[in-house]
Design a protein around this ligand. Structure first.
Ligand code: SF4
Length: 170
């Protein structure tokens, strides 16, 4: 009697998801989209003192095609919004997004005609970090939240090709 007969399809899918997610969460490749002061704090986060390599997330990529974690750190103007969307679209699935700081999360105190009032109006956001700027410990906390989120995801997660807000599955 084979495994599939004994446990059904879900057994194998679950075990494969666990193995793939374990590899994914410990090998994140962040790409900082730094536009303002929060980016300076992100630079501190990836310095040796805070040791992001403990979480496998220390190798920063500056090409969206080589990154799976977009960290938006700073104010995003409406003029910049299409560029941010373009960069997000160039990242391969699976991918995750952190909105770092008050400006990226909600516009912060730039409540004016020029500023996007939260990047989630442009791209999906997985984790928001409050603060102006957030301390590196908060960024590491967000990294851990992304890792926890990856743990619960299906390995069959794919992009939102039909743009209905839900990832495609096969
Ligand atoms: S949240 Fe504060 S520190 Fe971060 S970009 Fe905005 S103004 Fe600068």
């Amino acid at each position: 009697m084979g495994l599939e007969t004994t446990f059904g399809d879900s057994f194998l899918t679950t075990k494969i998801s666990e193995a793939v997610n374990w590899a994914r969460k410990y090998a994140l490749y962040p790409m900082p989209f730094g536009t303002a002061c929060c980016a300076i704090e992100y630079m501190a986060t990836v310095g040796s003192h805070y040791d992001a390599s403990r979480f496998g997330a220390e190798i920063v990529r500056f090409s969206p095609r080589q990154a799976d974690l977009l960290i938006v750190a700073g104010t995003v103007s409406h003029k910049l919004a299409p560029i941010l969307k373009n960069i997000y679209d160039q990242m391969l699935e699976p991918k995750w997004v952190i909105a770092m700081g008050a400006c990226a999360s909600s516009g912060g105190f730039y409540d004016n005609y020029a500023t996007v009032q939260g990047i989630d109006s442009i791209i999906p956001v997985d984790v928001y970090i409050p603060g102006c700027p957030p301390r590196p410990e908060a960024v590491i906390g967000a990294l851990i939240k992304v890792m926890q989120k990856i743990d619960g995801e299906s390995v069959l997660r794919f992009g939102d090709d039909d743009e209905d807000g839900e990832p495609q599955k096969i």
